[in-house]
Write a protein that binds this ligand. Structure first.
Ligand SMILES: C[S@@+](CC[C@H](N)C(=O)[O-])C[C@H]1O[C@@H](n2cnc3c(N)ncnc32)[C@H](O)[C@@H]1O
Length: 260
């Protein structure tokens, strides 16, 4: 089933949380001399038109990135994220929001490489078109569930695997935990970051129980009766200073996103 399209959700509060963490981890590798590999198992189309039909329909970004866009942000991690979005918007037409592939492309160094998986045919085509002409990038039109393992670098290589599925079927919470554990076993040194939604059904608990060696970060919004009330990230092998710095940025995020 491939009915999910990130265009409806781009720039929402979950993207602020996830993309701030992504920028922090890419920055961790900025002075690395060795080859660094970034892998995005569920990439989406690269970047999104915030004035387009999909974003207009939900307006989710207005309760997400829009709440930070005009603010003076002092927390260093959150500022890095905001600066990245502004830089992207200044170099693209209209009002755009970069997804994880465009942010990775923008922040990575010349000697680093990235692999982007996307299964949805039109999302894949648009992703390739949006990020074309960059020799550091490789695009894979395959099911990440079955083919991700084949694209991991050697056990001791440096890098990040972002696993950001759409959880369209409830079994995904178990299969993603198994996939992340298998990737960790095969790529011992790799940082793995898994996104999950907090929904009233509570299925994310299956994912959390199934994951080995992970630390969890959750941003909970104001109480609501339906839909996603919070967003989570599970980190395996995070850099030593990730925890303290990211928690400070989460506190800053809460102020901008959830205070009325
Ligand atoms: C949550 S979106 C990705 C958002 C993106 N990572 C970002 O932060 O900008 C999930 C994407 O995964 C794709 N997808 C779903 N199942 C997949 C699979 N088995 N393998 C690869 N891509 C898949 C969907 O088509 C969708 O574009």
């Amino acid at each position: 089933m491939l009915s999910y399209q990130h265009g409806y959700h781009a720039g929402n509060f979950a993207d602020v949380h996830k993309h701030t963490a992504l920028c922090q981890i890419i920055d961790h590798f900025k002075d690395h001399k060795k080859v660094v590999t970034f892998i995005d198992s569920h990439s989406g189309r690269g970047f999104y038109d915030l004035c387009g039909e999909q974003a207009e329909k939900t307006g989710e970004w207005k309760d997400g990135y829009a709440r930070l866009s005009d603010q003076t942000v002092s927390n260093p991690e959150l500022k890095r994220y905001c600066d990245a979005i502004k830089t992207f918007q200044n170099t693209h037409e209209g009002l755009t929001y970069p997804g994880s592939p465009a942010l990775t492309q923008q922040q990575m160094q010349d000697n680093q490489r990235a692999v982007f998986f996307e299964l949805h045919p039109t999302e894949f085509e648009t992703l390739q078109e949006n990020l074309k002409g960059d020799q550091r990038l490789r695009f894979v039109h395959k099911d990440a569930q079955y083919h991700l393992i084949d694209f991991l670098p050697n056990r001791q290589a440096d890098g990040l695997l972002l696993i950001d599925p759409s959880y369209e079927i409830k079994e995904d919470y178990n299969t993603i935990a198994k996939l992340a554990n298998a990737c960790h076993k095969r790529w011992k040194a790799g940082i793995i970051m898994i996104w999950y939604p907090l929904l009233p059904e509570g299925r994310h608990e299956d994912l959390k129980k199934g994951l080995k060696n992970a630390t969890f970060y959750e941003l909970i919004g104001p109480e609501k009766e339906r839909g996603m009330y919070g967003t989570g990230l599970a980190l395996i092998n995070a850099p030593a200073d990730f925890d303290a710095r990211f928690k400070l940025s989460e506190n800053a995020m809460k102020n901008y996103l959830f205070s009325s």
